[in-house]
Design a protein around this ligand. Structure first.
Ligand SMILES: *Cc1c(COP(=O)(O)O)cnc(C)c1O
Length: 455
């Protein structure tokens, strides 16, 4: 097509997705099922329904239906802040003086500041449909808790958030945003749960981890009438909801006849990356196209690049089902780093399986290099990126610079998952030259692997 490509490609409301795309339907080898931690048998729908909402369990176990209709109420909510723009990074290309064509899909245009609202609203909707009183969850950096608070207040559901203690203390403003939307926020580990008390007794003074907060949230959900637990990443259902990112991107690119060569995303639990790549991966799996996919993770928490592929616990308290994934072991506690949302020990089973089959690549990057890329991007594209998102920016810039050397005019697409306004302490450390690049040793990783169950 000869039509000039605008800086921003938007879709009209009519062009917005009416269905989520389920990449599992096109996978020849399906992701491994969740296992009951006591029996090591695949979790049945009935068992899962004690923890999760009924309709979400159906989505979690659905490996066959390619398209799942998006309920009208969720489509309407999406219209408040979607479609998100697909931006041609002309300014960055010019600054880098690269022949590469760079595009990013920007998910930071809502108050939660990230893509997480795409799944939060779906999960709150199904909880409301089921007639529940409320939901419980954990949050690390705070984006998921914020997104879920917004979604719950929209549907008038109670929302109990367990926030990793160090974030609770370091990010008081995040906490207040959640409370503005009516959520109750408890620093984790806490004395309010049995598992929290146990963790505190074993590790007095601990600043907490996502794995601990998950255990507490699950305990409260399973012990309170009318409550279920919801999770913001990792699970199949979350990747399904996040496919709205990829479906919008693909529709927008198809309108202008654009084919990306490289698709890049940051990977914490894998939801934004899984969502972005899903429809493209579907084409690849059906033999209709040929793309390169790159997952980018922090060198301090390298689950794909240095982890093991096997069944592991999803949480520290070992109360959740076992998932087969690339993992550093549920006992692995990453060093203090500033990419809060990328600090989970494991990775989505869907992405783990695709990576294991060689259908996706992975790369790890150091923290300082990530902030260099973040700043370079902010200065030309205007958006102040989240540290998590900046992992993808780092690799997109690296690939664009390779094109400069070789003269190749590759088309690069990356996911810009959110904004970094609540991460200014991290930017401050970077500006003051106080940022460190801690990389775990093989011995430290071995300690994490040793805690994996023998299956
Ligand atoms: C949570 C988060 C991530 C990482 O989570 P995934 O499930 O891997 O997508 C990335 N970027 C931002 C801004 C986040 O809030």
């Amino acid at each position: 097509m000869s039509e000039a490509i605008p800086y921003k490609i938007y879709l009209s409301e009519d062009e917005m997705p009416k269905e989520w795309y389920n990449v599992r339907a096109d996978m020849k080898v399906k992701p491994a099922p969740l296992l009951n931690p006591a029996t090591h048998e695949p979790m049945t729908a009935e068992e899962l329904e004690g923890v999760f909402c009924k309709e979400l369990v159906k989505q979690e176990l659905d490996n066959d239906n390619r398209y799942i209709p998006i309920p009208q109420e969720i489509q309407d909510f999406y219209k408040m802040y979607r479609p998100s723009p697909l931006v041609r990074a002309y300014c960055l290309e010019k600054k880098l003086d690269t022949p590469a064509k760079i595009y990013y899909k920007f998910e930071g245009n809502n108050t939660s500041g990230s893509h997480k609202l795409n799944s939060a609203i779906a999960q709150a909707y199904y909880a409301k449909q089921q007639g529940l009183k409320g939901v419980t969850t954990e949050t690390g950096a705070g984006q998921w808790g914020t997104a879920l608070s917004m979604a719950c207040s929209y549907f008038e559901l109670d929302c109990k958030v367990f926030m990793v203690k160090c974030s609770y203390e370091q990010k008081p403003f995040r906490r207040e945003v959640m409370r503005t939307y009516g959520a109750s926020v408890t620093p984790s580990p806490s004395e309010t749960t049995e598992v929290g008390k146990k963790i505190l007794a074993a590790h007095p003074g601990t600043s907490g981890s996502l794995g601990c907060a998950i255990s507490e949230a699950v305990e409260v959900a399973t012990h309170s009438e009318g409550y279920r637990y919801v999770l913001g990443s990792v699970l199949n259902q979350v990747l399904l909801h996040q496919s709205v990112i990829g479906v919008e991107t693909k529709t927008a690119m198809d309108k202008y006849g654009i084919k990306p060569d490289l698709i890049i995303g940051c990977a914490g639990g894998g939801s934004n990356l899984g969502g972005l790549i899903s429809p493209f991966m579907g084409e690849q799996l059906r033999g209709e196209a040929d793309y390169r996919f790159i997952a980018v993770e922090p060198a301090s928490c390298p689950s794909l690049t240095r982890g093991r592929y096997g069944y592991d616990f999803c949480d520290t308290g070992m109360v959740c089902p076992l998932a087969k994934m690339y993992t550093l072991g549920s006992g692995f506690i990453p060093s203090a780093n500033h990419a809060g949302g990328l600090r989970y020990h494991g990775m989505s089973s869907v992405l783990s399986e695709l990576y294991d089959q060689g259908l996706m690549e992975a790369r790890s990057v150091g923290q300082t290099a990530v902030f260099e890329a973040a700043e370079q991007f902010a200065r030309v594209e205007g958006i102040l990126p989240a540290p998590e998102s900046s992992h993808a920016i780092r690799v997109a810039i690296d690939e664009a610079m390779k094109c400069k050397e070789t003269g190749e005019e590759k088309t690069i697409l990356f996911g810009l998952t959110g904004t970094g306004y609540f991460d200014m302490v991290a930017y401050e450390k970077f500006h003051n030259g106080e940022m460190t690049d801690y990389i775990p040793t093989d011995e430290e990783l071995a300690a994490g692997f040793a805690g994996m169950p023998q299956i």
